[in-house]
Write a protein that binds this ligand. Structure first.
Ligand SMILES: [Fe+2]
Ligand SMILES: [Fe+2]
Length: 191
């Protein structure tokens, strides 16, 4: 469960199974946006070299995931649909404080929480999707996204005290759990 305070509603996987192609396209966009989060962070905080090195690895991995999802679509004879946005991530980012030093901490922790939730949902996909290649892909990705959660929280502890990280992670995770509780089970990675 990493930092998560609740589990995804069981209705979500049913929506996904009924609209798997929509979920696959949305997943590609999530990987693209995860890579972009790394770019945004190194752009905002160029002087933080620990962050810079960690984000280089993360960006490479997320782009690799994006490429893999595109390959699945290609094999299926399908095209990537347009990015319809991610209200869950958008609502979570509203919690990032406007000023430093809290702003950087919140950005890292929100990114980490999104990785944790993505990991949980990839685990659910790996459990429920029958197609063997896709199943194996989701399982592999779940482990890597769990590693990204660790990356973000580890960077947070490089720049902030353990106590501060723990307390803020707890607050943001509470907020996230309420968001997830109220989701309407859309066939998207965070729906
Ligand atoms: Fe990823
Ligand atoms: Fe990730």
């Amino acid at each position: 469960m990493l930092c998560l305070k609740n589990s995804t509603n069981p209705g979500w996987i049913e929506a996904v199974k009924a609209n798997l192609l929509v979920t696959i396209s949305d997943h590609a966009h999530c990987e693209k946006k995860a890579a972009n989060t790394g770019m945004v962070l190194i752009n905002k905080y160029p002087e933080k070299s620990d962050l810079g090195f960690a984000m280089c690895n993360l960006i490479e991995e997320e782009i690799d995931h994006y490429r893999s999802v595109l390959k699945f679509l290609d094999k299926m004879g399908e095209k990537l649909s347009r990015d319809t946005g991610d209200p869950y991530a958008r609502d979570l980012f509203t919690q990032v404080r406007k000023n430093e030093p809290g702003r950087f901490l919140d950005h890292l922790l929100v990114a980490g929480i999104i990785e944790a939730r993505s990991c949980e949902r990839l685990q659910i996909l790996a459990e429920h999707i029958e197609e063997p290649e896709l199943k194996a892909f989701y399982k592999e990705l779940a482990d890597i996204e769990a590693g990204h959660y660790v990356t973000f929280t580890k960077i947070a502890r490089t720049y902030y005290s353990n106590e501060e990280v723990k307390q803020r992670l707890d607050e943001l995770s509470e907020f996230e759990a309420k968001l997830v509780e109220n989701l309407t089970n859309e066939p998207t990675m965070h729906g």
